[in-house]
Ligand binder design. Structure first.
Ligand code: FPP
Length: 242
């Protein structure tokens, strides 16, 4: 059987369970998101250490605006605060930060924070950290199609693929969702067509390096067929070049 290469090039994560982590401790939900930033920092470091080249995380979905106003503003403030605090270290560790999502609805302050983080980390190459913020998979397909239509270009699988927000990286090899739910929740609908899916019962703040190693070990045991049969996999099916 053709095994996946041991370490996925691109890992994507739905960081679910912050709210429950906080509620279990009688804390406000935003406290769970704060703890989630700690888990994200550790995860970024671990990905760099084990050789993952691209990490994409779902930090705020197009639908998260429907949460209580206090949680939405808490997440916006947390983003700005976390960027101010974490970017110098991420910069030192060779992490390139990119934001993916609809920026138009964000405040000037949030937009300025994310643009600054992107600018100062732009030449880093060790790990790309894509932060999906005000992002939805359907939004991405729609914005790609609208862009092609506005330019009068034909809509094909290839042209749409090139117009998607994450066109600058190969599709995710492994998509992880923490928090015990088995849903895709409008994350990377286009790009995850052939990703291996891994669900963990751990709440995101409890997802540590050992848990990530378990996910990567599970991935390494999967057979990736990309629509072919097992017998056709020698040499193994490849992925798009980086
Ligand atoms: C889902 O958990 C998590 C989010 C909507 C936010 C994810 C954000 C972080 C991990 C912090 C990083 C944030 C920034 C700003 C970089 P949930 O709230 O749906 O948890 P629940 O399912 O237990 O309610």
């Amino acid at each position: 059987m053709s095994k996946s290469s041991a370490v996925p090039h691109h890992v994507a994560i739905v960081m679910d369970g912050n709210g429950r982590w906080a509620t279990k401790r009688f804390l406000p939900r935003v406290a769970g998101h704060k703890k989630g930033v700690d888990a994200l920092r550790a995860c970024v470091r671990h990905c760099g250490d084990v050789g993952v080249k691209v990490l994409t995380v779902f930090a705020f979905s197009s639908e998260n605006w429907n949460r209580p106003a206090e949680e939405v503003s808490g997440l916006m403030e947390l983003l700005v605060m976390a960027l101010g605090r974490e970017v110098p270290q991420l910069q030192a560790e060779g992490v390139r930060i990119r934001f993916v999502g609809d920026r138009a609805a964000l405040s000037d302050k949030v937009r300025a924070g994310l643009e600054h983080a992107e600018q100062i980390t732009a030449s880093n190459t060790r790990l790309v950290l894509n932060i999906c913020f005000n992002y939805g998979g359907r939004w991405d397909v729609a914005q790609a199609a609208a862009g092609l239509a506005a330019r009068g270009e034909a809509i094909t699988e290839q042209s749409l693929d090139r117009a998607m927000a994450l066109a600058y990286v190969p599709d995710p090899d492994l998509v992880i969702r923490t928090g015990g739910e088995m849903r895709i929740s409008n994350f990377l609908l286009w790009q995850a067509a052939y990703s291996e899916l891994y669900f963990s019962d751990r709440l995101w703040p409890d997802f540590d390096g050992a848990a990530l190693d378990e996910a990567i070990a599970a991935y390494a045991g999967r057979e990736r067929r990309f629509g072919r049969t097992s017998g056709q996999l020698d040499p193994p099916a490849g992925r798009k070049a980086a």
